[in-house]
Design a protein around this ligand. Structure first.
Ligand code: ZN
Length: 409
């Protein structure tokens, strides 16, 4: 009789484990107790477990983190149900990128964060643009003159476990109307709270044509308001005012920005171009984080029928474009966890961290993805989530919004 038995709530046996936070890539057993990671070892010995999961056919990663989604359902036109792009898409932590601002943050907290099974965090929008929805005819919500920076700072300081940064747009529309004022304000609130900025790139809001900035200059100019740890969104966008624009060569100022610690995020969204990605990848410019920018229809309340991409889809597409799988897993686990300053809790299998886990199946076949410009991409693999563990609890994702991976039933 062994008196030194270890008792676990759940064990995953013999899975292919990739945990870039500890440079793990191989076969391991993982044990969970009280919602935390209790052990990661090649073979668990002398234990009893309430539940056992044979993981031999699966890739086991720390719970995926999607740094860019929009989940303020009902209050913004484009918000989608949080758990459908979270746990039901194989993602245990999602970060809403600027769907709430000081006008609406308390509702976001009570209606979305507190009601989701998924771990939901927020980058607060520095202006009130997200408040624009059906029936709203108030103009000037993006106007920096309407920003109360003291309230932004107060909300961030009172909600440190939720507010992980600030969202701001460096798009031709807002720059044509307010110059760099919104970025200037974002810089100030970022500095005063020591939180990072997530800077949207690519034309979005209506442009005042008389003041349209030169597309080649938009991102370069925005960078003068950014510092190490800030994030440039939509790095592989096809838009002329994006990072790459129409260029064939990555500009020197972008290499210099990466060198000084500016982080690139995929932010798949509606503008992801395979050709732009190929050009940038060939010159060594890779995303530090991979995110989906999952959102619904901008023009219709509560309509996610237009959403045809996902985080696992984005990973699969970048795999087909030549990225290394372990690097990609880092870009959806430990890298975004560090952006959130949460790397002791999530994005890792370190003993004592939260037992958030994504169970993936690497499916082989001949697949065809299509991008924003309707360009095709042949792929040999797709990563399909078949389970998530959220705080130790095993959940089967419904995969309803994985339209780029799973045929709609
Ligand atoms: Zn977005």
């Amino acid at each position: 009789m062994n008196t030194n038995l270890n008792y676990y709530d759940l064990v995953l046996l013999n899975g292919w484990v990739i945990d870039p936070s500890q440079s793990l890539n191989g076969r391991f057993d993982i044990a969970i107790r009280d919602g935390k990671i209790a052990a990661v070892t090649q073979q668990l010995k002398a234990y009893k477990a309430q539940h056992k999961f044979a993981a031999g056919n699966y890739l086991i990663c720390p719970g995926l983190i999607d740094l860019h989604v929009h989940v303020y359902e009902w209050k913004t036109t484009f918000g989608v149900p949080s758990d459908d792009v979270g746990i039901n898409a194989g993602v245990t932590t999602i970060v809403d990128q600027g769907s709430s601002s000081p006008f609406t943050f308390s509702g976001f907290k009570s209606d979305i964060i507190e009601k989701s099974q998924t771990d939901v965090r927020s980058f607060l929008l520095v202006n009130h643009a997200a408040t624009q929805t059906i029936g709203n005819t108030v103009s000037g919500l993006e106007n920096p003159a309407n920003i109360d920076r003291e309230i932004l700072i107060k909300i961030a300081q009172e909600n440190p476990e939720i507010v992980c940064g600030f969202k701001v747009h460096a798009d031709s529309g807002s720059i044509s109307r307010w110059g760099m004022e919104v970025l200037k304000l974002a810089r100030e609130v970022g500095d005063r709270t020591n939180l990072p900025l997530y800077v949207h790139t690519g034309e979005l809001f209506p442009v005042d044509e008389a003041n349209r900035p030169h597309p080649d200059k938009v991102v370069e100019n925005a960078l003068s308001y950014m510092k190490a740890g800030d994030i440039l969104g939509h790095c592989y966008s096809c838009q002329p005012d994006g990072l790459m624009g129409k260029r064939t060569q990555v500009p020197e100022w972008l290499f210099a920005a990466i060198e000084r610690g500016i982080l690139l995020d995929l932010g798949h969204g509606l503008k992801f171009s395979f050709e732009t990605a190929r050009r940038m990848i060939a010159q060594g410019v890779l995303p530090h984080t991979i995110s989906s920018d999952a959102h619904g229809n901008f023009k219709q309340l509560h309509d996610d029928s237009t959403l045809n991409y996902s985080l696992c889809g984005a990973i699969s597409k970048l795999l087909a474009l030549g990225l290394n799988l372990a690097d990609e897993i880092a870009a959806v686990t430990i890298n975004p966890a560090r952006v959130l300053k949460a790397e002791a809790e999530i994005g890792t299998f370190k003993v004592g961290s939260i037992a958030d886990i994504t169970i993936l199946k690497l499916v082989e076949g001949d697949w065809l993805f299509v991008d924003a410009l309707e360009q095709p991409l042949k792929a040999k693999h797709k990563l399909i989530p078949i389970g998530v563990i959220r705080s130790g609890k095993l959940i089967q994702p419904n995969c309803r919004l994985l339209r780029d991976l799973v045929a709609i039933a």
